[in-house]
Write a protein that binds this ligand. Structure first.
Ligand code: ZN
Length: 125
């Protein structure tokens, strides 16, 4: 692969990684023991809060929390792919499809730099 393009994609991935980590840290705390795993902060009821209003607020928070889970999960998966792609760049095997081991299309990598599979293999999944 062209070195200039590789550098370009690396910068793109670094930026994506930063963005994803920023988003994730907004509603999740990074798990200290399991690297790369993120725990969503479970909403807690305000201390000393009583009565139906407090309960309602807590219920709203729980709802927001469960709405957020798929988003968080999705971001976590993307972050893993981005980190994986950056790791491959360091090892020098970036851009190779994990399934058929063929070089991936550069146009595909430009729009989807964290791709792990070529378009053909992705379709077969
Ligand atoms: Zn493939």
């Amino acid at each position: 692969m062209d070195k200039k393009l590789l550098k370009e994609l690396e910068e793109k991935l670094e930026k994506q990684k930063e963005e994803l980590e920023k988003h994730l840290s907004r509603f999740a705390s990074k798990d200290q023991e399991m690297k790369g795993d993120w725990d969503t902060k479970y909403p807690k009821m305000a201390p000393g809060a009583t009565g139906s209003q407090a309960l309602e607020e807590a219920a709203d928070e729980v709802e927001a929390y469960s709405n957020m889970l798929p988003v968080e999960h999705n971001m976590e998966l993307r972050l893993k792919d981005v980190e994986l792609a950056l790791g491959k760049m360091k090892k020098g095997n970036y851009g190779i499809c994990e399934n058929c081991k063929k070089e991936m299309d550069e146009e595909r990598l430009k729009v989807y730099p964290e791709a792990r599979f070529c378009l053909d293999c992705d379709k077969k999944k």
